[in-house]
Each structure stands twice: as C-alpha cells, then as structure tokens.
Write a protein that binds this ligand. Structure first.
Ligand SMILES: NC(=O)c1ccc[n+]([C@@H]2O[C@H](COP(=O)([O-])OP(=O)(O)OC[C@H]3O[C@@H](n4cnc5c(N)ncnc54)[C@H](O)[C@@H]3O)[C@@H](O)[C@H]2O)c1
Length: 378
C-alpha cells in the first residue's frame, strides 16, 4: 500500500514577479524531487482581490484572499511565502511567526536594521524554519565555487570583487515605483546589493569593516508612466564600497540599476594565492577558473554545469543543457522543504539575513558619514 506523506500547506502572498516565481518553484519542486511532504497549495493572497482569485485558479491554489491576515490565520497553511514590496515583509513575517508558521520571505529581509533584528529574534523565539530568497547562492556552480574556496584549491583567499548591475532604471523617465522610496525599499543597494552581500558572506564569511559611496543620479522621476508630475527619489541609484573580510581578504562591492547593457550582472571574481575564479549570473552555468603553475600554457578554464553537481542532476541527466533562474528558485524551495521537514538545514535563515542587513547598514552609514565603519558598531 502507498505510504502517505505528511501534508504541508503553502500560503503565498503576492502575485507579481516573485509571486509567480514562487508558485512555479513550489510546482516544480513536486515534479523534480522526492519531497518528504505533500505540498498542498492552500491559499494565495494579494491586495488586488480579482487578481488573487484569477491567479489562485490558474496556479492551482485552493482559495484566494484580498487580506493577507486571513491567509496567515488559515489553519491549513503551515508555511507562509512572502513576495510583497519590502516594507510589508516585517508585518507579514512577524504575524506568521506569531502564528507559529514557517516563513519564506523575499529579500531584502526588511527596510531597517531594527526590523531585521526583531524578525530574527521572533524567528528564534518561535523555533520555526525561516528562509530568505537569496536564490543565486543555490546555483550548483556557486556550490562548486564555495567548495573550491573551502578546500584551499585557490590557496589563501586575498581578494573579492563583486558587482550586481542591471539597467531597469537607466531611463530617467522610468517612473517612480515602490523601489524608489527609502521607507518602502532601499534603492540599488537593498534591491540588488542585498543579493551580492549575501553571496560575499556565503563564499568568504564575515566582513569586518567597510567604506562606501552612494549616489542618486536621477533625483526626480515621473510620478507615474508619462506623467508631467515629478516625484523625489530618496534612495541610491548606485553604491560602491570597499570591504575588509574577517579572513584578511580585501574586496570591492558595487550595485547599480542604471548600468546600460546589464540585465542580471551579478558577477564575482575571487582570487587566492594559487588561483582565481570568476562567475557571472548572466552565464549562470559557467565558472571560469585559473590555477597558477602551468607556465607558458596557462589561462582560464571554463567549467560547464553538468549532472556531476548536486542540484543539476535533479533537472537533467545531460551536461551543458543548462539551468535557468527558475531552477535556482526550485532548488531554494527544495532546501526549504527539506528544512521544514527536519531533513536538512541548507539555506539562509532570518539570522543570516539580519547579518546581511547589518552589512548593508554599515555600507549606508559609511557612505553617509564618509568614513570606514566597523560592523561591530551595529
Ligand atoms: N529573489 C529575487 O531574485 C527577487 C527578484 C525580484 C524581486 N524580489 C523581491 O520580491 C519582492 C516583490 O518584488 P516583485 O518584483 O515581485 O514586486 P511586484 O510589484 O511585481 O509584486 C508585488 C506583489 O505584492 C502585492 N501586494 C502589495 N501590497 C500587498 C498587500 N498589502 N497585501 C497583499 N499583496 C500585496 C502586489 O499586488 C503584487 O502582486 C520584493 O521584496 C523584491 O525585493 C526578489
């Protein structure tokens, strides 16, 4: 007889870019992995009631809500996924934790360090699994990079160069949106930089101190598409920083949403005393590696993702066929479900996301006060 698995009820808040990505990832996780639970898509919430209902029907959720509080209080929901604008992460996650539910929250964790701290404390007190959507670190090629760093293959790590640039705000006539308001979001540093800071920590560990410069190039934007009315922009368009890691490595960081030509340029170059590795999310199935020693015949080697890497094989038995962005999200959901079912502990939780927010705050303060800032100040 077929042994039935425990049911894990999913509640998803938000139906935008990330709402759809989460819905796909929950669906795909069921067909890609042998999960330790039956995922049941219980409820979908969105402030736009008609859209919530239409998406619930087409994405296979049992019911929809216009008020997110009803989803959190739904006794069939065990795990709450939050994909709303940044300022809503705090009230939604706190309510879900209060109700004893596991929480899967999009990045950045919060709009202030104080909120992030309260969230990690509440998560600890609730004793539930939490995860934050730093999806890029679930890439099997990033796992390989981490392994190469930890095994000493690159020698002692001395340098990190990280950049996350896109161009979706490069047109000065791109209208104001929630991402342009400090109280609702936090600019290029929060939007893109949070991914890069999480990646820097994932690969190299703690940062001890930073200095930085932030710049708002387009200080006003149309209040809405085509409007003559202009609205003040209260966040950075681009931020550059220098980092000193606890392990002695030195680094650079930059995030921009104005850099023409770049669509998802999360790129890192890490150098050690024996070699260098380089990665660019726009070519997410590749890792370039240089190992010192082969004099006269040296050069970068291009490693291509294949089924020898954990994660890749679940999707495809053939090398070079390539994973994409949504597969990274599926790998993130897989790690989350494993953790919720007590079968693993991979992936960044609220405590790690609070550490990322500490680092982002240090960069913000360093830029405002034009000085080196030590992380221990926060
Ligand atoms: N991990 C990633 O790669 C990645 C990529 C993009 C965005 N994000 C993050 O995901 C979050 C959402 O971004 P997005 O691009 O999907 O935004 P979006 O604007 O496309 O979607 C936001 C959704 O939230 C809904 N919403 C707003 N207020 C609500 C409320 N009070 N109750 C219920 N629903 C409400 C909106 O109706 C919309 O469906 C942000 O935190 C963002 O930083 C992460």
């Amino acid at each position: 007889m077929r042994k039935s698995l425990p049911v894990l009820g999913i509640g998803l808040i938000g139906t935008g870019f990330m709402g759809r990505a989460h819905a796909m990832a929950f669906h795909n996780a069921r067909s890609t992995f042998s999960l330790p639970a039956q995922l049941k898509l219980v409820a979908l919430a969105d402030a736009d009631a008609a859209r919530a209902e239409q998406c619930a029907q087409s994405w296979g959720f049992d019911r929809s809500h216009a008020r997110w509080e009803r989803l959190i209080n739904d006794s069939d929901v065990h795990l709450v996924a939050i994909t709303t604008p940044n300022h809503l992460h705090f009230p939604m996650a706190m309510a879900a934790l209060e109700a004893g539910k596991a929480v899967y929250c999009e990045k950045p964790l919060a709009v202030s360090l104080e909120q992030a701290n309260q969230m990690q404390c509440a998560a600890k007190a609730a004793g539930v699994v939490t995860r934050v959507g730093y999806n890029y670190q679930h890439n099997p090629m990033i796992g390989l990079a981490r392994q190469m760093i930890e095994s000493g293959e690159l020698g002692q790590i001395i340098s990190f160069q990280g950049e996350f640039s896109e161009d979706f705000m490069s047109d000065p006539l791109s209208p104001w949106a929630w991402r342009c308001d400090a109280a609702h979001a936090g600019g290029a540093l929060a939007d893109l930089g949070s991914h890069l800071l999480a990646m820097a920590r994932y690969l190299l560990g703690d940062v001890e101190s930073v200095c930085a410069d932030s710049h708002t190039v387009h200080r006003r934007r149309p209040a809405s598409a085509g409007s003559q009315q202009l609205r003040e922009i209260t966040v950075d368009d681009q931020t550059h920083a220098l980092l000193r890691f606890a392990n002695g490595a030195r680094g650079t960081f930059s995030s921009s949403w104005l850099k023409h030509g770049y669509k998802n340029h999360l790129s890192i170059e890490i150098s050690g005393t024996k070699g260098t590795l380089a990665f660019d999310q726009e070519r997410l199935n590749e890792l370039r590696v240089f190992r010192s020693g082969a004099s006269g015949r040296d050069g970068f080697q291009r490693l291509l993702a294949g089924p020898s890497l954990p994660g890749y094989a679940a999707f495809c038995p053939a090398p070079g066929h390539q994973l994409g962005y949504n597969e990274l999200k599926t790998l993130e959901v897989h790690a989350l479900i494993q953790a919720v079912c007590g079968k693993g502990n991979d992936g960044p939780d609220f405590e790690e996301a609070w550490q990322v927010e500490r680092l982002a705050t240090a960069i913000r303060v360093a830029a405002q006060e034009q000085r080196w800032v030590a992380l221990k100040e926060f």
